[in-house]
Design a protein around this ligand. Structure first.
Ligand SMILES: Cc1cc2nc3c(=O)[nH]c(=O)nc-3n(C[C@H](O)[C@H](O)[C@H](O)COP(=O)(O)OP(=O)(O)OC[C@H]3O[C@@H](n4cnc5c(N)ncnc54)[C@H](O)[C@@H]3O)c2cc1C
Length: 433
């Protein structure tokens, strides 16, 4: 992909050391940020989108999968369309530019390795759409070349058409790992298996066969046959999940020709200069290793899949009030019905508010765009309220029809957020946007 000409032009106009002033600064050019940018520009706001990546689109760029109805979700194309719409509405982009701090009266401090972007943006409103990040799985040997997060592998194979390895083992059991393993397989990588992470203080995802069975239960709608759907559905019941964990074969079972080795856990990645293999041990149903069962699987690549968490460092550093809500993926900024936070003129949208797919992020971006337009007085209250209700319906629809649902209790998490917000409002320190 070639660097974008209009981005370079924007940079030249800005000049190093320059202070840029704008109505709205959007941090993150993924589906949430792009959708919000177009809405805001359509109301006449001056909008700048800042993204640390070279290309606009966020995690959409790596997404490529077949939907249940047989059509394909090609994230790169969707990102291109969103970027085009924003560009046509005169949204300005600063790529390869990190926002390293946001200071009161909303001054964004920027860093770019090329040093030809403005160092500072002064904005009336800030929208934070920083997305999500992967939870690491620390394991002996994980710094060897050939070890990467599944998200990196997804970008390599789907966005850059590079095969990251020939024969790979996935460590970690979660939906993202499973779907990306399938994408990598379609991209020509031989998936030797998906194993559990070694049970440890930091292994947050399924680190026992029992937890893995519960995970399979959540995936019942995805099972390829009617019979498998029924069996997987049964795993939602704790009794059947524990029976399945006990009876699950140590040699694993195959889905899409990928061995699910949920009675084995990885204990170390081996190699001198690069990955050469992984030491794997058989485990009991609670994840404890079975002594003497260690063996080595020969692979040249390892993908780590520890789950996702909302990237909320910036709102935390700015002083937004946060809440730890596991149903949303971890620490998230408190937000209200317009996407507003506990800080005046600061809004959030997308995965930074809780881990969900791109369609939900787009609808959340539209909602935040309407909220900011209302806050800036660009839209009248009645119109804004009508649009807010429509946007909430669309978010709900996107959530209930999502192809990928990362967190089983996401709606519970959203409801909890609503209550926390109302409580915070009642306690009155929350500004009324
Ligand atoms: C590794 C990974 C893989 C995923 N795969 C899928 C998938 O296959 N299917 C799916 O539906 N969902 C997937 N998701 C979920 C994903 O979060 C949503 O699909 C969607 O992309 C969220 O949109 P967003 O706009 O909130 O954030 P993102 O799309 O993540 O965009 C956030 C943007 O913010 C930028 N950014 C962050 N911090 C800064 C900063 N300080 N300064 C400047 N720029 C910054 C990033 O560079 C990024 O471009 C994945 C998420 C991750 C992390």
């Amino acid at each position: 992909m070639q660097p974008d000409l209009k981005v370079q032009c924007a940079r030249k106009n800005a000049g190093p050391g320059h202070l840029m002033q704008t109505d709205v600064a959007i941090i993150g050019g993924g589906p949430a940020g792009l959708s919000a940018a177009t809405v805001l520009a359509s109301y006449g706001a001056k909008v700048v989108v800042v993204d640390e990546q070279a290309h606009i689109g966020g995690r959409l760029l790596g997404q490529l999968y077949q939907k249940r109805n047989g059509t394909w979700w090609i994230g790169r194309h969707i990102a291109h369309d969103l970027e085009q719409q924003a560009t046509n509405s005169s949204v300005q982009f600063l790529t390869e530019t990190s926002v390293w701090g946001v200071f009161p009266q909303w001054t964004l401090r920027l860093y770019s390795p090329s040093r030809v972007v403005p160092e500072t943006i002064q904005a009336s409103c800030v929208l934070i759409c920083t997305g999500a990040a992967q939870v690491p799985i620390p394991i002996a040997g994980w710094t060897l070349p050939g070890v990467m997060g599944v998200g990196a592998a997804q970008m390599l194979v789907n966005a850059y058409h590079v095969r990251p390895g020939k024969r790979a083992l996935v460590i970690g059991v979660d939906l993202l790992g499973l779907t990306i393993a399938r994408e990598l397989q379609l991209g020509g990588v031989d998936i030797a298996g998906i194993v559990l992470p070694d049970k440890s203080l930091v292994s947050r995802t399924s680190d026992s066969p029992l937890a893995a069975m519960k995970f399979l239960g959540q995936l019942s709608d995805w099972a390829p046959t009617w019979m498998m759907r029924r069996i997987a559905y049964g795993l939602r019941h704790p009794f059947w999940a524990s029976q399945a964990a006990r009876l699950f074969p140590h040699g694993g079972i195959k889905i899409w020709d990928m061995p699910l080795l949920f009675r084995q856990a990885a204990t170390a990645i081996l190699g001198e200069q690069q990955v050469e293999g992984v030491t794997v041990v058989d485990v009991q149903t609670n994840g404890d290793p079975i002594p003497g069962s260690e063996h080595v699987m020969a692979v040249d690549t390892v993908f780590l899949s520890g789950g996702l968490y909302p990237l909320a460092e910036l709102p935390a550093a700015m002083g937004c009030r946060l809440a730890f809500i596991p149903e949303l993926g971890g620490q998230v900024p408190l937000y209200g019905p317009w996407g507003e936070t506990t800080l005046e003129s600061v809004f959030v949208a997308g995965s930074v508010t809780g881990i969900e797919g791109a369609q939900v992020a787009m609808e959340q971006g539209i909602l935040a765009g309407i909220g900011i337009a209302r806050h800036l007085g660009l839209i009248d209250q009645d119109d804004a309220e009508a649009q807010r209700q429509k946007a909430h319906e669309k978010i709900w629809l996107a959530r209930s029809s999502a192809e990928v649902q990362f967190l089983a209790s996401i709606q519970t998490g959203r409801n909890l957020m609503k209550t926390l917000w109302q409580n915070a409002k009642a306690a009155t320190t929350v500004s009324d946007t």
